[in-house]
Design a protein. Structure first.
Length: 156
């Protein structure tokens, strides 16, 4: 059984722990290195970023951070622990987020993250019934990215 909870003061430390695995996994593409205490910097939720934890059987297995401060919603960060991938958990979390925030969306993948691109194209194609764009372009924040854009008209 899965559950999705918003980051709040009492559970945000869980995100900070999971984010270390996420940042380490992508470090070969981002070039990020841990600080002198062995910790990676990670996205902090603020007035423009809302974060949610994904739980399975009472254990945290992933998260999503949605940037709500742009002209379109953007998946700023997304992570599912490796042992829970390919089980539909990531798809469920993504679909939930898309439905929670109706409007225009974009999802970006950093150059070289072919597995992430394949995942997102499949998830978005399923959610939108194929009504989305997928292209590669230069991004001010991440460099060259694959980017999907689509619109959501329904809410939870």
């Amino acid at each position: 059984m899965i559950e999705i909870t918003k980051f709040e003061e009492h559970n945000e430390f869980i995100y900070s722990r999971l984010s270390q695995n996420y940042e380490a996994e992508f470090s070969r593409l981002t070039g990020k290195e841990p600080n002198s205490e062995g910790l990676y910097e990670y996205t902090i939720c603020d007035s423009t970023h809302e974060g949610f934890l994904l739980w399975n059987e009472g254990k945290p297995i992933g998260f999503i951070i949605v940037n709500i401060g742009l002209s379109r919603f953007d998946v700023a960060e997304f992570y599912i622990i490796p042992s829970k991938r390919r089980g539909g958990h990531g798809r469920a979390l993504a679909h939930w987020a898309f439905t929670r925030y109706p409007g225009d969306w974009q999802v970006r993948q950093i150059a070289g993250a072919k597995w992430a691109h394949a995942f997102w194209v499949d998830v978005i194609a399923d959610f939108t019934k194929g009504h989305f764009t997928d292209q590669q372009e230069s991004d001010a924040e991440w460099g060259v990215v694959d980017i999907q854009r689509f619109s959501v008209t329904q809410t939870l």
